[in-house]
Design a protein around this ligand. Structure first.
Ligand SMILES: C[S@@+](CC[C@H](N)C(=O)[O-])C[C@H]1O[C@@H](n2cnc3c(N)ncnc32)[C@H](O)[C@@H]1O
Length: 398
């Protein structure tokens, strides 16, 4: 039985907290606690039942997400030993599922037992996001452990998201090992090479979660006229060209992304049959409505519209408008490829939204393929929040 002094340093769970622990959910919120421990942000704390029996250990945070669970049982884990073990096993998973891939997500937070860490590998360069105070305070050690598990030329910290503030972590981009690459890296992404700007590119440099989708839909591209909406650095459109598309139009609001996409077209020696329109996709799609342009394949890969539960209605409106405009741009027998990376917007919500848009567009749809997160972004079966990427490829009859 712990002494009163020891007990004061522990988080005592209420019934809801104990339920979460039983379900092996790695997040314990402030509302799941009977007693807030006397400790500093980032400390490794024990969480207990009412009688003081230790149920497990996690990283303390001053935010509403109070504890990120690292381990269960009474034994205090060695934090760096646990890190090494988990990044090794995360790498083993990728060795099985991402064979021969030059870029992949090495650590996907909770799904790899490491809440607060996302690590994307591009060749020998690691692009790292550390969003929990309990890891941030040991940043140099964290970098050393990654370096010990795999040969790396640089580790670049890409800490820029707005959630960092709640953890008291500064926004910063800096090298933790080696130097930030002076030039974008040339990385094989699927069947083409892409330039990845580790310092300024979106996310950690690229959208690795959609990397394999062009390969899955390659049969649609032969001789097709393709619209790649939200095209970033041209990943879908350039794969479409490589697979025989007759012409591709990209829509993207970021001019730097379009500039890199043009270079990607060149470095792959692809035919100059892709062009980009820079601007807001909603406005451009509205204009295309009045011009009545038609495509064989329309790809929609928008940014997240509902990061939180409160934004579901507005997300639905956004998705529906895009889907409707996408359907309206298709030739008879064409395909709509529609993706959502909104955490709170479920697969069923997306399907019903696409169906509503199809009804309004007066088209009939047949699902050719359902898209889900790739192997390097695993979903924890017990944690629905880790399941965020969904999509449908629909054959459309007008
Ligand atoms: C999910 S990413 C697309 C990733 C891309 N499909 C790929 O394979 O790399 C969303 C993209 O949409 C762009 N974007 C965000 N809002 C936009 C808008 N309203 N109009 C046009 N582009 C937008 C972002 O700059 C980003 O490149």
């Amino acid at each position: 039985m712990p002494s009163d002094k020891q007990l004061a340093r522990m988080a005592i769970l209420d019934e809801s907290g104990l339920e979460r622990v039983k379900a092996m959910h790695p997040w314990i919120f402030r509302g799941n606690l009977r007693q807030i421990p006397k400790c500093a942000p980032g400390d490794l704390v024990a969480f207990t039942d009412r009688g003081g029996t230790i149920k497990g250990w996690g990283l303390w945070s001053e935010s509403a997400l109070s504890i990120r669970v690292l381990s269960y049982g009474t034994k205090r884990p060695d934090q760096m030993g646990l890190l090494r073990e988990r990044i090794t096993s995360a790498l083993d998973w990728r060795k099985t599922w991402c064979q021969g891939e030059e870029a992949f997500r090495w650590v996907h937070g909770e799904a790899d037992g490491l809440p607060g860490i996302v690590a994307d590998l591009y060749g020998d360069v690691l692009s790292l996001q550390v969003s929990a105070a309990g890891w941030y305070r040991h940043l140099d050690k964290v970098a050393t452990v990654f370096r010990k598990v795999r040969k790396l030329s640089s580790i670049v910290l890409r800490n820029e998201t707005k959630h960092l503030e709640k953890e008291g972590i500064p926004k910063e981009v800096r090298a933790l090992l080696g130097e930030i690459p002076a030039e974008p890296l040339k990385i094989k992404m699927g069947s083409i090479y892409e330039l990845i700007d580790i310092e300024k590119g979106q996310k950690t440099g690229a959208y690795l979660d959609v990397k394999n989708i062009p390969r899955m839909i390659a049969p649609l591209f032969k001789d097709a006229r393709v619209l790649d909406c939200f095209s970033y650095q041209g990943h879908f459109g350039l794969h479409a060209l490589a697979a025989g598309a007759s012409e591709v139009v990209g829509i993207e609001q970021s001019q730097p992304a379009i500039d890199i996409a043009r270079k990607n077209l060149e470095i792959n020696g692809l035919p100059q049959k892709m062009d980009w329109i820079c601007g807001n996709a909603f406005d451009i799609m509205r204009k295309m409505d009045s011009d009545r342009e038609r495509f064989d394949v329309v790809i929609m890969d928008p940014p997240p519209f509902s990061p939180s539960k409160g934004q579901i209605d507005s997300a639905k409106r956004g998705y529906k408008e895009l889907a409707l405009r996408g359907f309206n741009r298709l030739k008879n027998g064409g395909y709509l490829v529609f993706l959502s990376c909104s955490h709170s917007f479920s697969r069923d919500m997306l399907l019903s939204t696409l169906n509503e848009a199809a009804m309004d567009a007066n088209v009939s749809c047949k699902i050719a393929l359902e898209i889900h997160q790739p192997f390097d972004h695993p979903v924890l079966a017990a944690v629905p929040e880790t399941d965020y990427l969904k999509g449908f490829v629909m054959g459309v009859q007008i």
